[in-house]
Design a protein around this ligand. Sequence first.
Ligand code: UD1
Ligand code: CA
Length: 449
Amino acid sequence: MKRAAIVLAAGMGTRMKSQLPKVMHKVAGRPILGHVIAAVREAGVERIVVVTAPSAEMVRAFAAAEGAESVIQHEQLGTGHAAAAAAPLLGGFDGTVIVAYGDMPLVTGATFAASFAAQEKSGMAVVAFHSENPAYGRVIVGADGMLSRIVEYKDADAVERAVKRCNAGIMAAEAGRFFGWAAKLDNRNAQKEFYLTDVPALARKDGVSCAVVEADETEMMGVNSRAELAGAEAQMQKRLREAALASGVGMTAPETVYLCHDTVLEADAQIGPYVVFGPGVTVKAGAEVKAFCHLEGAVVERDALIGPYARLRPGAHIEADAHIGNFVEVKNARVEKGAKANHLTYLGDARVGAGANIGAGTITCNYDGFFKYHTDIGAGAFIGSNSALVAPVTIADGAYIGAGSVIAKDNVEKDALAVVRGDRKDVAGWAAKFRAIKAAAKAKKKEGK
Ligand code: UD1
Ligand code: CA
């Protein structure tokens, strides 16, 4: 059976109190909608249609970037009305459609797959979970174990409200029939909305029964407020940390490590406490990231040592056995095998050759206020402490830079020494004389008072 998905993302998300559309808020570095799209895709859908609000150009651009189609729901008249907006694209789809809400970042591909499987067996399927949270719609199951109807909390009576089986917001049905039922919805309810949740009752009248797939509460959590977003982030972090540990990553204090949805940590990578991963980071086996580091868009090769207190920004590539120490920032720079920058350094738009040693306080001056320039440091070079390398500049293999030098314009030759410093002047006894004069002046001032 062919599979397609409709992801509802046109709601106002007013409870977020944000200019950003709700589904674009990030969990583990990825918009909530991105998590939902990835999960339905895992269940083998061949088309994904995202339902968006007219003003949500940003959501449509994101959907397109993720390989999904989108439609506009011109007025936000409810979830049923939103799903019906996909009819021009999927009305003629010869297969099963699954509807999902775009505000469920923790939903997994396995749950979508189970819903498709249940639909194939029974004709229709919805997902339910157990929750004490009163906000969710209630799933009322008949004596036959099949769905009787879904009632929104605001429309429910006391008996229905006592039911703890809640509607997750996932529904699978045969596409053509689904859009037929969606077109028949009315808005005679407490919120005067066209509820997606009324579809199963219409299906039942047409003799199509609906199976109830049970799922886990944390997975089904919808994000409606900032507090729920933070709660979803906590759950996602827990999941990512558990997966990393299970795959052989060492973590001293996993509860303090913040991972991104796409963080790649190989088995035997070691991560210290309070390390934060932004998007696009890979840490290979044997590498260690010590406490209090921040990494994004970076690759750390085998047995490299990072931190404590290091910052790797996009384009940082730290090769095997290299060391990046405390208060070192690396951006768009390759630090080749065994090179070391251990203290207080900025390496931007640069290459540091294998085995080179970058002294404390070295700065690559990569920006002149208009353009960025490259610094090339050769293999085995030694950069003395507190040197400024004014790009574009090349320090050839094996060269030495004397501490405190400002190296600009001309390249430094292979195995040469370059040192740029003012001449030193020593005045014997000067300090003792100076102190004597000042002490006498101070004593005189005191007497005068
Ligand atoms: C909905 C369900 C409820 C379920 C809960 C699970 C209905 C009527 N209620 O309630 O049974 O327990 O989700 O989280 O379906 N949307 C649109 N267009 C609209 C309205 C909503 O695209 O006109 C989208 C929203 O962007 C959101 C999703 O549909 O992604 C759900 O809407 P929301 O308002 O959050 O529904 P809930 O009140 O949470
Ligand atoms: Ca919701």
